[in-house]
Design a protein around this ligand. Structure first.
Ligand code: IVH
Length: 671
């Protein structure tokens, strides 16, 4: 291919990829499969590699191009990013309407635009001649942090604006919006952090903020952040008629606007909207904490102006928080798999938005001190979405004087070993010899997503450890049926079943095995990346920190943790014994297996394969096994009593096959 031919092909590919990106991430209406998208992307990557001078900053290949930063720069906002005054109920919203009319000196109704108040992080995006050139946080409203390279990783932020019907674009555009992390992604992220021993995010907003503050954009890229745009700053070369017109023009340029926005003729309609959205709140995929009412006309907005850093033409009507008060009966300390000591509040049971709460995390000792929560306090408890409940604060006015200040124990409550309190998270120093850590390590090893040992539940692990039958995961493979029979209420049949399940887990894969070892900071995802990169456990054991950091998404902290794990004699000893006990199937390097680019969903009972075996067959061949059907699913493999997933597949036009056809594909390669 000549340079000129490549240049025009690159142009076509970019336009196509940008269009499909927009269809998928902004409109949620994809037209092609993941595999087709990947093919276009690979072709573009290939051409850009061959002709490096054709690479441009707005190329879809360049979303995660930048190297980690030392620190963020600062950005001064051309027009300050103000904050909203709150109305706590309908009455206060009506008072806002009255105030506005009075100050405008008008008797007629004011038209409002009503929008959900998204609970995320406010950002500003700058487009020059249609190109995304800078993005920043709100900061103190006047100056924020330059987070351009992190914002570039968010798929719903276009790197270049779309020119609808070939109409000209504004020369200069500052767009404002809220970056959010959807609730299910938030739950998944916290789940991963829990298994890899990292501190949990308290709510999706903190998780979104934490993700945007990463100095390494590769980490941000892994967080499925999204954006909804709701306003503009400085604009040159374009005039919007009013707020409603602006919110309808931004999507024409490829920018995402929340679909729940509504134009309201007067305050009554706006209040009806507030009620309606309040009713929908629990069913939304992301957190909102109210609705925002904005005077639609820009002329009236300008007339109303602003007072003390808040616009007089807009108000946030907040929803009642999902909070309750209850008694804090005690604070106990739990020991996790990595030895982390977590203070947990034991509460008088209370219902918070429909769910009974009797325990709530206090995160870490610093948090207890900062909030000054004492045993015996009346406390405010909250749940944000589906999030683990947390103690917000004590109700100081309700103190009787009998409350007790909590102190962290100097010794591990499970084994009595010394505690290391030199960092935010306190840890038991005994390592695997601490029975609490031992139990957690064994439970982790047996987890469904790790070695998948069926029937090795909490109670059994507890007894195995307490009886001294199992000290580390490798001991599991030496257990005999007779050993198992010594456990309480254990019959011959269940003992044999457990023994069989343990033996079955001897056949596994490298990513599962790596994850099962419970190395701090190594979750399922990192384990997969490590396995794909190194291909064998021996190479990972020997790798230096630098070599580990060469793995995609592995930063210095993770590298240090892996390196130090394999430098500890007691860990190596366990790994050696495990290596002798298990047989690990080789996995196809990413993108090379016969199923690469394909996503499978399994539903119903398959005649011969278990879910995990099926999943393994897909993953070892470079494919992905997902739990729910979407337009991106390549095949649904249906067994007996397949339920709603089969309906979903039929509705979405996804190909449905049976186990026999699936096994043929496994044998022959996917067509
Ligand atoms: S308008 C001057 N619209 O609320 C107008 N803000 O206290 C200021 N927010 O910093 C922003 N959803 O983080 C606006 N639909 C929405 C919003 C929204 C959430 C946040 C935003 C802002 C804060 C204002």
């Amino acid at each position: 291919m000549t340079h000129a031919q490549a240049a025009s092909r690159v142009e076509v590919l970019r336009r196509e990829l940008n269009r499909h990106n927009y269809l998928y991430y902004v409109l949620d209406r994809p037209e092609i499969s993941d595999a087709e998208y990947d093919r276009l992307m690979r072709e573009l990557e290939g051409l850009e590699q061959q002709f490096p001078d054709l690479v441009t900053a707005d190329s879809p290949t360049q979303r995660v191009g930048a190297a980690p930063l030392e620190a963020f720069g600062t950005v001064t906002h051309t027009i300050p990013m103000l904050s909203l005054k709150n109305a706590m109920n309908e009455e206060e919203a009506r008072a806002f309407d009255q105030r506005s009319r009075k100050s405008l000196g008008i008797a007629e109704d004011i038209e409002y635009v009503a929008e959900p108040k998204l609970d995320g992080l406010a950002v500003e995006l700058v487009y020059e001649n249609g190109l995304f050139v800078k993005g920043s946080t709100r900061g103190d409203g006047y100056t924020g942090e330059d987070i351009t390279q992190n914002l570039r990783t968010i798929r719903s932020i276009p790197l270049c604006l779309v020119q609808k019907d070939l109409l000209p674009l504004p020369d200069y555009l500052e767009v404002r919006g809220e970056v959010i992390l959807p609730l299910d992604d938030f739950a998944r992220l916290n789940g991963e952090r829990e298994v890899s021993g990292e501190p949990l995010f308290a709510n999706p907003r903190n998780a979104a903020a934490g993700s945007l503050r990463q100095l390494d954009p590769r980490i941000t890229a892994r967080r499925p952040l999204d954006i909804f745009c709701y306003g503009v700053g400085a604009v040159r070369g374009w005039d919007f008629r009013d707020q409603w017109d602006m919110l309808h023009t931004l999507p024409d340029w490829g920018l995402k606007v929340n679909p729940l926005i509504q134009r309201c003729r007067d305050i009554d309609e706006a209040i009806a909207y507030y009620r309606e959205i309040g009713g929908k709140r629990d069913g939304l995929a992301y957190e909102i904490d109210g609705v925002v009412l904005k005077v639609n006309s820009f002329r009236l907005q300008a007339e109303l102006g602003e007072i003390s850093r808040s616009p007089q033409w807009a108000i946030a009507c907040k929803f009642p928080p999902r909070q309750e008060t209850t008694k804090l009966l005690d604070i106990i300390v739990q020991v996790g798999r990595t030895g982390a000591l977590t203070p947990v509040a034991v509460l008088q049971p209370v219902r918070v938005s429909g769910v009974e709460v009797s325990r709530a995390t206090l995160h870490n000792p610093g948090e207890v001190a900062r909030k000054d929560v004492r045993i015996g306090d009346t406390v405010v408890v909250q749940r944000a979405g589906d999030v683990i409940p947390e103690v917000v604060m004590p109700v100081v006015a309700k103190r009787s004087g009998a409350e007790r200040v909590f102190a962290m124990p100097g010794n591990c409550p499970a084994c009595g070993a010394e505690v290391d309190g030199s960092e935010d998270i306190w840890r038991c120093t005994a390592g695997i010899s601490c029975p609490a850590q031992r139990k957690e390590a064994i439970r982790h090893f047996a987890m469904r997503t790790a070695m998948d040992i069926d029937g090795l539940g909490e109670k059994i692990v507890e007894q195995l450890v307490e009886k001294g039958l199992v000290k580390d995961p490798a001991d599991l493979y030496d257990l005999t049926v007779e050993d198992i029979l010594t456990l309480e209420r254990m019959a011959e049949k269940s003992a044999t079943n457990l023994k069989n399940a343990i033996d079955k887990s001897r056949n596994s894969t490298l990513p599962r095995f790596l994850f099962a070892l419970g190395i701090r900071q190594v979750g399922e995802h990192t384990a997969k990346l490590l396995a794909e990169h190194f291909g064998g456990i021996g190479k990972i054991e020997e790798a230096t920190e630098e070599e580990l950091m060469a793995v995609r998404e592995v930063g210095p902290e993770v590298a240090r943790s892996i390196h130090s794990f394999f430098r500890q004699e007691k860990n190596l000893h366990v790994v050696r014994r495990l290596e002798a006990a298990v047989r690990l199937e080789a996995i196809a390097p990413k993108g090379e297996g016969i199923f690469s680019g394909l996503t499978f969903v399994f539903t119903g009972t398959l005649p011969t394969l278990s879910r995990d075996e099926a999943k393994r067959l897909v993953e070892t061949r470079g494919g992905r096994a997902a739990s729910s059907v979407s337009k991106k699913t390549s095949y649904v493999v249906a067994g007996e009593e397949a339920g709603s997933k089969l309906d979903d597949a039929q509705r979405l036009g996804v190909m449905v096959i049976d186990e026999a056809r699936f096994m043929e594909m496994v044998g022959e390669g996917a067509q």
